[in-house]
Ligand binder design. Structure first.
Ligand SMILES: NC(=O)c1ccc[n+]([C@@H]2O[C@H](COP(=O)([O-])OP(=O)(O)OC[C@H]3O[C@@H](n4cnc5c(N)ncnc54)[C@H](O)[C@@H]3O)[C@@H](O)[C@H]2O)c1
Ligand SMILES: O=C(O)C[C@H](O)C(=O)O
Ligand SMILES: [Mn+2]
Length: 572
């Protein structure tokens, strides 16, 4: 985020309340005039620092922490103290610090949340307090202009499962600010605590969430609906982002609300979009069409089905085939192996119905005694060109499986997407070695480049939804769209795919580098808003040509500005 001209703010906070407000605090960067005007002269040491000085100091302090989890805790506490410094520091060291505040370290921070707990963040809506939900909501949002609400019920956090009252919402919302420039004052992260079925948490007396089994059925739906209706009532133009819900709720809630509000499920749509962009880039390298691929998806949950549908829709729009024809290109596997007819309704979720394989196609393959067909058997028979992992099963793509795939295709496209890093279905270096450097790879968490024979390096793209979701959401907010349509998502996806380094050099990464994620997400946002205007979903009456300038002007930048004391000024 490049610094812009220094804005002037009228601020009503003084003394200790100013220094403890992370939105307005500048610490040692308050000028002497400001120190006098705001009652700070005796509260700060003598020297006035620049933001650059403060970033240098903070970076040195950060290095003193011996592991990534400790660094995450340190940065979290910096976020509690000073937003400009926090976002500025991370923007300056984006590639190094993203993995500390987001995936993969965020998984450890969430798993240890109750034990590391210092200070609460965002809005906690807990099932036993359903009656006061509106009051609790207004307590934190009254008078604010909320553009973005990120919520999670924490049932399927990354690949680490049910974390109860401990959400990922604040990390995802921080990434919106960092990579898309959403003003953190106008975002709200919400933990929807409906209990947990995680026995370890239930037994832990330090667990800070509601120690109760998960609420299901009508009670769950009523609780969620009450929350969604509050968002709609008070912030009708906001984007409502769902994160890490269990698979049974993810699709249901998305379908229920997306016609009435700008609603987005990141695991379904964000992951679908970034993976489609990645595969578009890979088929550019293999000089084939999307519809020519045979795609095996291992793990048919929120992400697996989201990817399948998005890539299927990509085949329909880009290669002009019918959805029925495109569906045949996919082989999904879940806990009971290949999703095929004879598994029966009790073992196949209803939303997978379009992708169930017919039994007669598999009559020549011997299933195990439970009637299940394994990944290796599928790879042998299908000879896939693309293998995607979103199963949470670390190491599931074994040497035998990867070598088998490589026997039949020149450049196997292998995407182990399960997070955090230890849950990846295959380590990229192994996939690279087992395919003699031929595999086209992208991973869900960041990995170092693969070492190739002869000393060359292959850059492993990070196929994480953070490369696109901040832009998709920002685009919808910018255009004040009442819904986030599939066509808006496709427009963002195409823009991302067009930025792929492999387009120019087939030996380069399949997706842009995460160091460029702010620029990439801005491009995505512009494409989304332009599409919203074109198709009439936008609530603004701009011309498409105006979008870029409007987007840049809308972005929040981590710079301090000059403060003038004014009793009618900013207080929160
Ligand atoms: N890279 C990204 O951007 C991205 C985005 C979303 C999710 N993910 C990752 O993908 C993984 C899944 O996330 P999700 O939200 O879809 O979770 P989910 O719980 O909805 O899906 C996981 C699926 O894997 C299946 N599964 C479990 N064991 C299996 C096995 N042995 N064989 C085959 N399938 C098995 C489960 O039954 C479930 O359907 C997580 O690790 C998550 O971190 C990555
Ligand atoms: O959080 C991430 O890193 C990506 C994704 O949303 C996930 O659930 O793994
Ligand atoms: Mn997620």
């Amino acid at each position: 985020m490049p610094p812009g001209p220094s804005p002037v703010f009228r601020v009503a906070l003084r003394g200790g309340s100013l220094l403890t407000n992370p939105r307005w605090n500048k610490g040692t960067a308050f000028t002497n005039e400001e120190r006098k005007a705001f009652g700070l002269t005796g509260r700060l040491p003598h020297r006035v620092n620049t933001l650059d000085d403060q970033c240098d100091r903070a970076y040195d302090q950060l290095q003193a922490h011996e592991n990534d989890l400790r660094k995450n805790t340190f940065l979290q506490s910096m976020k509690d103290q000073n937003w400009v410094l926090y976002y500025s520091l991370i923007s300056r060291h984006l590639k190094e610090l993203m993995p500390i505040i987001y995936t993969p370290t965020e998984a450890d921070a969430i798993a240890n949340y109750s034990h590391l707990f210092r200070r609460s963040e965002g809005l906690y809506l807990t099932f036993p307090h359903e009656d006061t939900m509106e009051e609790d909501f207004l307590e934190q949002t009254r008078g604010r202009d909320i553009d973005l609400v990120v919520c999670s019920d924490a049932e399927a956090i990354l690949g680490i499962g049910d974390q109860g009252g401990i959400g990922i919402a604040s990390a995802k919302s921080t990434v919106y600010t960092l990579l898309a420039g959403m003003d953190p004052s106008n975002t709200l992260s919400v933990t929807l605590d409906v209990g947990t079925n995680n026995e370890d948490l239930l037994k832990d007396h330090l667990y800070v969430g509601w120690p109760h089994e998960r609420i299901r059925g009508e009670d769950y739906d009523r609780f969620i609906d009450k929350f969604v209706q509050l968002v709609r009532k008070y912030f009708p133009h906001s984007l409502l982002h769902f994160e890490d819900f269990g698979v049974t709720n993810a699709y249901r809630l998305l379908e229920r609300y997306r016609k009435h509000h700008s609603v987005f499920n990141d695991d379904v749509q964000g992951t679908g979009a970034v993976t489609l962009a990645c595969i578009m880039s890979a088929v550019g390298v293999t000089k084939s069409r999307l519809v020519d691929q045979r795609i095996v998806v291992y793990g048919a949950g929120s992400a697996g089905l989201g990817i399948t549908r998005q890539v299927r829709d990509g085949m329909v729009t880009i290669d002009n085939v019918s959805a029925e024809e495109a569906n045949k290109r996919f082989y999904l596997l879940d806990k009971h192996g290949l999703v095929k007819q004879s598994l029966g309704a009790s073992n196949i979720r209803g939303d997978l119905h379009e992708f169930v394989r017919p039994d007669d196609e598999w009559s020549d393959v011997e299933a195990n005694p439970n009637g299940e067909i394994t990944l290796l058997q599928v790879v042998k028979k299908v000879q896939p060109t693309v293998l995607i992992g979103c199963s949470t099963q670390g190491g599931a793509f074994t040497e035998e499986i990867v070598r088998e795939m490589a026997k039949h295709v020149d450049r196997p496209i292998i995407l182990p997407l399960s997070n955090p890093s230890k849950l990846h279905e295959v380590k990229p270096q192994d996939a690279n070695d087992w395919t003699d450097g031929k595999a086209l790879l992208a991973t869900g968490s960041p990995f170092p480049p693969c070492k190739q024979p002869g000393g060359k390096e292959y850059i492993v793209a990070e196929c994480n939804n953070a490369l696109i979701y901040p832009g998709l959401g920002f685009g919808a907010v910018l255009a004040q769209s009442r819904t986030l349509t599939d066509t808006m998502i496709v427009a963002g996806t195409r823009r991302l795919a067009a930025l792929s380094p492999a387009l120019k050099d087939p030996d380069d990464a399949l997706l842009p580098d995460f160091g460029d994620a702010p620029e990439v997400n801005l491009e995505v946002a512009i494409a989304v808003a332009e599409q919203a205007i074109e198709e009439g979903s936008a609530g603004v009456d701009w011309k498409k040509e105006e979008v870029r300038e409007k987007a840049e002007a809308f972005q929040w930048k981590p710079i301090y500005g000059t403060y003038v004391y004014d009793t009618d000024g900013e207080q929160a």
